[in-house]
Design a protein. Structure first.
Length: 479
């Protein structure tokens, strides 16, 4: 058997440390970037915040700074490949910065407040331990979805607490009496029943609503109102509407309701701002709270001094200081490049969707994919993806996730490209105008689109409807 020698060439694209750093910084939102800069400042003593913000301070230090620059040049101590294209400082603010408004988003820290309510009850130490374990099992929606028999086993093995199912249910009943109403329920049916039974003033409609929730939940979820009317022995649609309203006004997710206004909130901080002046959209990038950075003058001086010495220890110190300065330079340069790339990408998106950003009219949104922007500015699609991922833009029409402006397209009968986002807008508007007693099926919605020369399959309509988080027709039906 003869051995055959062959040569195989593989072309591998290796990213430099600077490129890897830039890619990582591009992925960060403004808030995450703030923390990343703080971390870098903590880790690298050669990187400093430039606090020289007023002219008097700058003037007072100018002579000393000039003397350092005259006596010491970075090029003398680093190779061309290390120093080329780097700047020693970066400014992250300007006099005409736009005002960015943070969008508040409610947090979910209700478990600790439920625990406080439990501790105020006159219960035994064992009941308290059981109750705390149950509260720890409550999910973000306010439910305990784990079976109580399993929790009995958990308590025995992990807490060495022997408890019967009845004793566990007794403690659960206590928790289900806490605020917000419905918390600690094991199902939607139980959640709604708890809220109805806790109403201080029970009307005839409330008693009927309790019967529906406890005995006719399947019919209610399927909106089989005729069957409900027969079982309740009522004929008046208006009366049934009032009964149904008793249920639909309840909170199916008590965990997300919060307990009071003191609940912690997080914020969405926009990364870009687009303002419109005389019909012309204008772009700015959010640089607020990002400090101005520079390479430490002390470290530059240290490098200069160590480089003059010939001793071995001095050489080691020189290498250490040089590495820190180099890393600081890389970080500053990467921040500058991030800023340019972010602005370039967002400006290209704004111009691509000029008609939308100048008017706010969603019907003017054009189909746009990553490749469209990539081709215009000659950047990799992966770079565009990093810039747009998890970033928000503040506009006069609202604050939006940047990714939401990217959508696929289809052609109408005239060969014109139509954005899938525009199609979704038509679906939303059609469903908003529909007769709620006879809501539009997906087939009927497909026909609406066909009337507008948009020929898409019914399953595509279903997919778009689900992406809009709109239930199917039978679940939108009202009396």
């Amino acid at each position: 058997m003869a051995l055959k020698q062959t040569q195989k060439f593989n072309i591998l694209q290796k990213l430099s440390p600077q490129q890897i750093l830039l890619m990582k910084l591009l992925e960060l939102s403004t808030v995450a970037l703030e923390q990343r800069i703080k971390d870098e400042l903590d880790q690298n003593p050669a990187l400093e915040v430039d606090n020289l913000n007023d002219e008097e301070v700058i003037e007072s230090d100018s002579d000393e700074a000039d003397s350092v620059e005259d006596e010491f040049e970075m090029e003398d101590y680093m190779g061309d490949d290390e120093i080329d294209s780097y700047k020693y400082e970066i400014s992250n603010s300007s006099s005409n910065d736009e005002v960015f408004q943070a969008v508040a988003v409610q947090g979910s820290d209700f478990q600790s407040q439920i625990e406080e309510q439990l501790r105020l009850r006159d219960i035994t130490e064992e009941q308290l331990a059981i109750g705390l374990y149950l509260i720890g099992s409550i999910d973000d929606d306010g439910y305990i979805r784990r079976g109580l028999d399993l929790i009995v086993d958990d308590l025995a093995f992990s807490k060495n607490i022997q408890v019967s199912l009845k004793e566990l249910e007794d403690v659960l009943k206590i928790i289900q009496g806490f605020e917000p109403p419905g918390v600690g329920a094991r199902s939607l049916q139980e959640c709604l029943a708890i809220q109805l039974e806790r109403k201080p003033l029970k009307t005839k409609e409330t008693f009927f609503a309790i019967q529906i929730v406890k005995k006719m939940m399947d019919e209610f979820s399927k909106k089989n109102y005729n069957k409900i009317k027969r079982k309740l022995k009522i004929e008046d649609d208006e009366e049934l509407k009032e009964i149904i309203a008793e249920i639909t006004e309840l909170n199916p997710r008590p965990g997300n309701s919060g307990i009071d206004s003191s609940i912690n909130t997080s914020e969405i901080v926009p990364d870009f701002n687009i303002s419109v002046n005389d019909g012309v959209p204008e772009l700015s990038i959010n640089q607020r709270n990002l400090p101005e950075l520079k390479v430490s003058a002390d470290y530059i001086e240290m490098l200069k001094n160590y480089s003059r010495l010939k001793r071995k220890m001095a050489k080691e110190a020189t290498s250490f200081v040089k590495a820190k300065i180099q890393t600081a330079q890389w970080f500053i340069d990467a921040l500058q490049q991030r800023h340019k790339t972010m602005l370039l990408t967002m400006h290209t998106i704004m111009m691509y969707q000029y008609d939308y950003f100048s008017t706010g009219d969603e019907s003017k949104l054009k189909p746009m994919i990553l490749k469209d922007i990539s081709n215009i500015i000659d950047l990799e699609m992966s770079t565009i993806s990093r810039v747009t991922n998890s970033k928000y833009v503040q506009t006069p029409f609202g604050t939006f996730l940047l990714k939401s402006f990217f959508s696929s397209s289809m052609n109408n009968e005239d060969g014109q490209e139509i954005s899938s986002r525009k199609i979704k807008k038509i679906l939303e508007e059609s469903i908003a105008r529909e007769n709620k007693k006879k809501p539009l099926s997906d087939t009927a919605l497909r026909d609406v689109l066909m009337e507008k020369n948009l020929h898409i399959a019914r399953r595509t309509v279903s997919k778009y409807r689900e992406q809009l988080d709109i239930p199917e027709a039978r679940l939108r039906k009202e009396i």
